[in-house]
Design a protein around this ligand. Structure first.
Ligand code: FAD
Length: 381
């Protein structure tokens, strides 16, 4: 999410002060504007705000460029009627142009997936397990080769195959990730530090190993064991921090979508979200390819799809907007946007926005009653 102020009424504080002073003066507003110093304007504005004399603030407006927000946010923000909006259209801007015009993908397996299956099959052979994906191993004539024997080896995928087949995640605080000792010859071919304990190989830096095996992975299409990824992330917070950030970048690039904060906090929720996005994107591309107009195909795209907005609001309306949307009760994305916008306008007109924000910040109590977030005590008579 990015907020840029494109334009605003020049000398905003002086304009508001001059308009307000005009009400009580015989002089013209232009003369009053000339005579106001910045300090005098600021102290006059403070009096206005204390009195609740807000109409002079309507003479000053700000125009914001808002990039990287969801269409859910678009629906919320445009409920604020005292404003002007221009919105990037999905009718004319197709986020999946390249995929639609590129030739239809073949069913050929990717070299990374061959490496994954080789790792999986090798680990099963060495440990005497049965492969859960034997059908794929047979279909692609996977032999269970050692890494040095594989042409075009994709090491991260190969070791992801080993991990999915034989990795053991435990509650051991020092060594949460172990492999059967039978795999030592395979681990000898890479630079991961490990140690032995009984019949186990213990990985010294689990986060580093995890980041390596999931590096640049296509979370929608690559071969990987979801449950294993989830339990690995639950055990290793440093790994999850990196994976969550990788998944959000993946969602941004591959689906042109936003990731809500609550979803970004859970590996299972992120994977579920990606599945939904993938299904929507696939149907959208199929519809456009069969000749359906973009303006109709877009019905299948999710609310999380990104957009860009240009919005102009006057200061009075901004006060109302900040009042409603900086409050903890507002939904996270629009609250983040409101707080970013408030920080930007404060840089330009600190006096004008001194008391703007969630109502509790100026009142010193919460007017939300039972719905209070608890930051301030609720109002009591
Ligand atoms: C936490 C939260 C939850 C919400 N949940 C819902 C929901 O579940 N469903 C839903 O529909 N909306 C919901 N909203 C949106 C909300 O009802 C408002 O539509 C939105 O916040 C815009 O506020 P506004 O009308 O004050 O702003 P604006 O439209 O910018 O209006 C500014 C002010 O102008 C005046 N005004 C504007 N138009 C009129 C008019 N026609 N008549 C009289 N006075 C007018 C009012 O004083 C108004 O406060 C929610 C908002 C918040 C913050």
């Amino acid at each position: 999410m990015k907020v840029t102020i494109l334009a605003h009424t020049p000398e905003p504080e002086k304009v508001v002060a001059a308009a307000a002073r005009l009400c009580y003066s015989k002089t013209s507003a232009s003369k009053l504007l000339e005579n106001f110093s910045q300090e005098k304007a600021a102290s006059f504005i403070k009096k206005l705000m204390d009195m609740g004399h807000m109409s002079p603030t309507e003479h000053v407006s700000f125009t914001f460029a808002i990039d990287g927000v969801s269409r859910t946010l678009l629906a919320q923000i445009t409920r604020h009627r005292i404003a002007s909006y221009s919105v990037q259209s999905l009718r004319y801007n197709n986020p999946f142009d390249k995929e639609i015009s590129s030739s239809v993908e073949s069913d050929d397996i990717k070299p990374e997936d061959i490496s994954y299956l080789e790792g999986f099959a090798l680990s099963c052979q060495l440990t005497g397990q049965t492969a859960v994906n034997q059908d794929l191993i047979d279909k692609y004539n996977i032999k269970g080769l050692m890494p040095q024997e594989i042409e075009n080896l994709h090491k991260p995928s190969f070791f992801r195959g080993i991990f999915d087949s034989a990795g053991l995640i435990s509650d051991d605080l020092k060594y949460p990730l172990a492999f059967p000792l039978e795999l030592k010859s395979v681990f000898d071919t890479v630079n991961f530090n490990f140690t032995h304990k009984g019949d186990k190989l213990l990985i010294e830096n689990t986060s580093e190993f995890g980041i390596f095996i999931y590096e640049n992975m296509d979370f929608a299409q690559s071969l990987f064991d979801e449950e294993k990824l989830i339990s690995f992330c639950e055990k290793d917070k440093a790994l999850f921090k990196q994976i969550s950030s990788d998944m959000q970048a993946f969602i941004d690039t591959k689906y042109y979508a936003m990731t809500p904060e609550s979803i970004a906090k859970s590996p299972k929720a992120l994977l579920t979200y990606i599945k939904g996005l993938e299904a929507c994107k696939k149907s959208y591309i199929d519809l456009v390819r069969m000749g359906i107009d973009q303006e109709d195909a877009r019905y299948i795209l999710p609310h999380g799809t990104q957009t860009r907005i240009v919005m102009t609001m006057n200061v009075r309306s901004l006060y109302n907007f900040f009042n409603l949307r900086c409050c903890e009760r507002a939904q996270t994305e629009i609250r983040q946007l409101a707080n970013l916008m408030l920080a930007e306008v404060k840089k330009i007109a600190p006096g004008l926005f001194e008391t703007a924000g969630a109502p509790c910040e100026t009142l010193g109590y919460c007017p939300e009653g039972e719905l209070s977030c608890g930051k301030y005590p609720p109002y009591s008579n």
